[in-house]
Design a binder for this molecule. Structure first.
Ligand code: BJ8
Length: 426
């Protein structure tokens, strides 16, 4: 960062000493994980720049937008429709955190046996190191897993602008009706906050922006089906992670530029890893920045990741919203239809997810699937058993991995991943 952002961070109430320490660690980790890779697409330069300015220029953009009267909405879950937020000229930012930071403080408010993702956003808040959350005008929580649902009760004490949305747990018609009612209520809350009434024209524009972002990410995913894979799983994951922070129009444009470059690579038969490199798919809990531990182990051990069945990945971007509706109600229905198909493991039964994992493994020609769950995440850890059984029947090798944000198990994970790659090697 060339600009001095300290006055801005001070204005946001950050603890500068802690924040400096976090940025130092992040910078080093980014360099070791991403910049050390061979043969990266040149167009990834944009994402390197975004990451170098993730607490700088992007926050300045948010603060400038606030000065113009726009609102910032922080979210933790892909069930919160960005379309509705954009329809009120507000800006959506993802708040999930992927680093072990401030866990000691978080564990004074939460039990130790909670997943790292929850402890992390508490740690970032308590440590005063996240400029995104401090810039928000509204933070949206949701009743997904029990951990999040109950943690928000304590989080409300720290973050008074927290709004909690109910998300159903089954896929019956009455559950769809519940989701629609929740979205309508959320629209009202957004309208009250922003002073902007959502109409069909505004919503259509929001839908189109988010659909275009999804289309660019779908294009990226499709290119990864090529053998050799034209981009590393780490870089593809990074792009999916940046989607939650960046200006959506600029982001879409940048992803399409990466895709143009990858298309040229595919035509020439060029890849980031040699043809025949074991192709791995990861399925499970979302990986928030800077949770790159497992993908880095897989790719440094000689595999290449070709797909993520994750909310920071295909589960979060699958399906477009139908843009053809002429009325506000028709467009809201189209949004509900799209989001109601998300197959998060909090749903029961959740056969769709198991089917999706199988079809993704085929589509991306994966030689094996790693079933990834964060320790103490019941939904994904329990569901991994059924997924493993189904993949086994289809003769698709899988490996169950349960971990957290610490670095302590790296050696053990590496040994298990290397053994798995040996098994799936063609
Ligand atoms: S739609 S995956 S973003 S809830 S890892 S906090 S589930 S104990 S994150 Fe998620 Fe929405 Fe579902 Fe996606 Fe709980 Fe598990 Fe922790 Fe998790």
């Amino acid at each position: 960062m060339t600009t001095d952002y300290r006055p801005m961070w001070t204005g946001l109430g950050l603890d500068l000493k802690m924040h400096d320490a976090l940025l130092n660690v992040l910078g080093g980790l980014y360099k070791d994980t991403f910049l050390s890779q061979n043969d990266r697409p040149e167009s990834m330069g944009y994402f390197d720049f975004v990451m170098s300015e993730v607490h700088g220029l992007r926050i300045k953009e948010l603060m400038d937008a606030k000065a113009e009267g726009r609102k910032i909405i922080g979210t933790f879950c892909v069930f919160v429709p960005d379309e509705l937020i954009l329809a009120t000229e507000a800006i959506a930012v993802g708040l999930c955190a992927g680093a072990e930071f401030g866990f000691g403080e978080a564990e004074k408010l939460l039990p130790r046996n909670m997943c790292s993702l929850i402890k992390s956003f508490f740690g970032f808040k308590l440590g005063k190191v996240c400029p995104y959350i401090e810039a928000t005008d509204m933070v949206v929580g949701e009743t997904t897993c029990d951990g999040k649902k109950k943690a928000y009760e304590a989080f409300k004490e720290l973050q008074p602008n927290l709004y909690v949305m109910e998300v159903p747990q089954m896929k019956k018609p009455e559950d769809r009706a519940l989701l629609k009612a929740e979205y309508l209520q959320f629209m009202k809350a957004l309208e009250k906050l922003t002073g902007i009434k959502i109409d069909a024209k505004r919503l259509k524009k929001g839908i189109s922006i988010v659909n275009n972002r999804r289309k660019a990410l779908h294009r990226l995913s499709a290119l990864r089906a090529s053998d050799p894979a034209p981009i590393s799983g780490l870089d593809a994951l990074l792009i999916n992670q940046v989607a939650f922070y960046d200006n959506p129009l600029r982001f879409t444009d940048s992803v399409n530029k990466v895709c143009d470059e990858l298309e040229a690579r595919v035509k020439k038969g060029k890849g980031v890893a040699a043809k025949g490199t074991p192709r791995v798919m990861i399925a499970g809990c979302p990986m928030a920045i800077p949770n790159w531990k497992l993908p880095a182990i897989v790719e440094k051990s000689g595999g290449v990741i070709v797909g993520e069945e994750s909310c920071v990945g295909e589960r979060g971007t699958r399906n477009l919203v139908d843009e053809s509706g002429a009325t506000l109600d028709a467009l809201v229905d189209a949004i509900v239809d799209r989001y109601f198909q998300i197959d998060c493991a909090i749903f029961t039964p959740n056969k769709e997810r198991i089917d999706h994992i199988e079809s993704m493994a085929k589509k991306y020609k994966a030689d094996g699937v790693i079933l990834y769950s964060l320790q103490f995440c019941s939904p994904y850890t329990i569901e991994a058993f059924s997924v493993e059984k189904k993949l086994g029947k289809k003769k698709i090798p899988s490996l169950r991995i349960e971990t957290d944000y610490s670095q302590e198990d790296i050696g053990q994970l590496k040994t298990r991943v290397e053994a798995f790659l040996e098994v799936i090697k063609k």
